[in-house]
Design a protein around this ligand. Structure first.
Ligand SMILES: *[C@@H]1O[C@H](CO)[C@@H](O)[C@H](O)[C@H]1NC(C)=O
Ligand SMILES: [Ca+2]
Ligand SMILES: [Ca+2]
Length: 366
């Protein structure tokens, strides 16, 4: 077995010498209370060693592309209907990152001028129903299904499943590796997606996300595209809608209210994921850019960024982790202040968890 849970590196928290550029050891800073730089709502990672055997970027995707499967053209209309609506994001310059980082160790800064060309982006996170249609057409099997397990937030598990689990992530005991957890069984083997078809698909690895987008003749966004889209045309704001978390007392994203990880008051209406598009869209018409599910991007992770102006940056050429953006329903300022457009985190590409999903983009109209 190439993969075992290397629990001590699951979050890069317990050891500072892992070489993982994680924020977990960061000093608390002014912008966020102690603990905000911790691992609260970040997803745990599979053993770092697994990343070394990463396939080429287009490997898994090609295998499941329509062309490779013989192209069931008659089904394309149906598939198209199933896919997310997209909007055109007109290219331009924007300020990426921030000079006032909430979590400096994440490489949120420096703020830098970036140009991105026009692209189309899904207005929503990919849903269970959409992923189901992909799987029905292609027979795709996710990495979590192959591995036989995935990480589930303890608060979602039934007592009977919880009682069977002996392992835990030392630095983040609320993440449990659960046998039989995957996109069909997001809260463990005794859960299902029947009542959650319009919720974001979870427990998808980076390769799974690439495979879906490729099948849809789309691709994952670069971090720059994602962040440009997140900002919704606003300049230097924290959130897709501005600088206030709850303008006029209203919730604009599915986050965590209460005390993480023990009590989620669900003040925003949702303890777990919400149906996509349950909260207001940003200025570009995009929903859930922050909160609900974390979203994979195509970039490899680094915390070092050039301040020189960049044109369609795609991140480092290689790495061990992929960048994810936007935070999730598990994010709270006290522990994971990452529901900001400039915020970022990382996971090994084969990681999957109950708070990590994705959306696709395309350079051409689909
Ligand atoms: C799905 O889960 C619900 C409870 O959340 C349960 O009532 C239902 O029977 C399950 N459906 C299947 C097909 O297992
Ligand atoms: Ca919530
Ligand atoms: Ca999201």
């Amino acid at each position: 077995m190439r993969r075992t849970f290397a629990l001590f590196v699951l979050l890069g928290c317990a050891i500072g010498s892992s070489g993982l550029q994680d924020s977990c050891g960061a000093q608390p800073e002014a912008a966020a209370p102690p603990g905000a730089a911790g691992c609260g709502c970040g997803s745990p990672r599979r053993a770092a060693a697994a990343a070394v055997e990463e396939e080429e970027e287009d490997g898994p995707a090609d295998k499941y592309s329509r062309g490779a499967n013989g192209g069931p053209h008659e089904a394309q209309g149906e598939e198209r209907k199933m896919q997310s609506e997209m909007v055109l994001i007109s290219g331009g310059e924007f300020l990426m990152g921030t000079d006032d980082p909430g979590i400096p160790a994440d490489g949120e800064g420096p703020q830098r001028l970036v140009h991105v060309d026009s692209f189309y982006i899904d207005i929503q996170e990919v849903t269970n129903q959409q992923f189901q249609s992909f799987v029905d057409t292609t027979g795709y099997i996710t990495e979590a299904e192959k591995f036989g397990d995935s990480f589930v937030f303890e608060g979602l598990l039934s007592d009977s499943v919880k009682n069977q689990i002996t392992q835990a992530v030392a630095a983040a005991p609320w993440w449990l590796p659960v046998q039989g957890a995957n996109w069909r069984h997001p809260d463990g083997p005794d859960s299902n997606i029947t009542d959650r078809l319009d919720h974001p698909v979870l427990h998808v690895s980076w390769a799974d996300a690439v495979a879906y987008c490729s099948w849809a003749k789309k691709r994952l966004p670069t971090e720059a595209e994602w962040e440009y889209a997140c900002r919704g045309g606003l300049k230097d704001r924290l959130y897709p809608w501005g600088n206030k978390l709850n303008p006029k007392g209203k919730h604009y994203a599915n986050l965590w209210q209460g005390d993480f990880p023990n009590h989620n008051s669900g003040e925003d209406g949702y303890i777990k994921t919400s149906p996509v598009m349950s909260f207001p869209a940003n200025g570009f018409g995009l929903y859930d850019m922050v909160g609900n599910a974390w979203e994979w991007t195509s970039d490899w992770w680094t915390v070092h960024h050039t301040t020189q102006q960049q044109h369609n940056p795609t991140g480092p050429l290689s790495g061990t982790d992929k960048v994810k953006k936007g935070g999730s329903y598990m994010c709270h300022k006290s522990y994971c202040y990452r529901y900001r457009c400039a915020a970022r985190s990382q996971n090994t590409p084969d990681s999957s968890a109950s708070n990590l999903g994705f959306r696709c983009v395309s350079s051409e109209q689909r």
